[in-house]
Design a protein around this ligand. Sequence first.
Ligand code: GDD
Ligand code: MG
Length: 331
Amino acid sequence: MHAVVLVGGFGTRLRPLTLTTPKPLLPVGNVALLERLMISLAAGGVTDAVLSLGFKPEPFLRAFPSNVCAGVKLTYAVEDRPLDTAGAIGFAARVAGIHKQDDPFLVANGDVLTGLNVAKFVEFHKSSAAQGTIHLTPVEDPSQYGVVETTADGRVLRFVEKPAAGQTSSRHINAGRYVFEVSALDRMPGVAPMSIERETFPAMVADSVLYAYATSDYWIDAGRPDTYVRANTDLIDRGVAPAISAQAKIAKSATVTRSVIGEDCQVGENARVVGSVLLNGARIGENAIVVDSAVMGQVGAFAQVTSCLVGQGGEVRSGAVLRDAKVPEPI
Ligand code: GDD
Ligand code: MG
């Protein structure tokens, strides 16, 4: 089965981390987010994936030099201007030749990690009269997502992207995985910007050809600072990832709690790292305290950072106390 993986967003909410590493290549539990995603697609029968990009594919080519990720063959579709989600799918599907196939294909938002059984999802799609099927997950606060109302047998009655308060009472949201018949590509010419959430899905609802498949599997969109850090700590809580790289240099007197630490990282004497992610290059000074944060740069001695992102080259001064900050502050 073929898949289109959407990775062309700018990762704005994760700046400054994404100024040097595209969002899908940021590590989650010391493995690139994209690789974790691809492992789950491969387990569900995906053999070929086209990465839908809005910028040069070089970082991806460096990360996957043989154009294979988790056993899935990779190709690249690079837009010369952002085509938005439906535009990107239409363009990438044509670059990859999916428009000439008969079998349904999968689409995945590149920042979502989920325990969804992809094979069962595809089976559900095939068993309905759907032209497209959306994976749904329940959330407490749906305001930052696409909210979906369905009939009991799963036909979508309404799709509202990022609803205002009171606009819908559904708590089921678009979980960022779709199965489409190739005929759905007629709705996505891929030559101009078009939003799947705001244009294509509402049109498919009007034609009664959009279905939904709800599961309560593990699910997270790792595209925000808090959820990126949580995607990492969740893996520790679920016992999935080895949290601390054997190559990291951690002082004996330092304490590391519920944190992921990459290979080329250093943690100084008496420092404390709690619920955080240290990416390659991170340097934590002596007696510093790092809580609920992601760090690629330096945190000086005796500094305290809470819920912060420190990008490559970013420096938190010795003794500074920061909360909810980005270092350097993105322009
Ligand atoms: N190629 C390409 N071109 N990709 C794009 C573009 C574009 O112009 N714009 C966005 N993307 C990619 C992003 O890289 C991401 O993988 C995916 O499309 C979704 O964009 P986000 O910016 O992450 O959207 P979101 O998280 O606010 O909302 C989306 O995901 C939610 C689930 O996590 C929507 O699909 C919601 O309906 C959904 O609930
Ligand atoms: Mg997202």
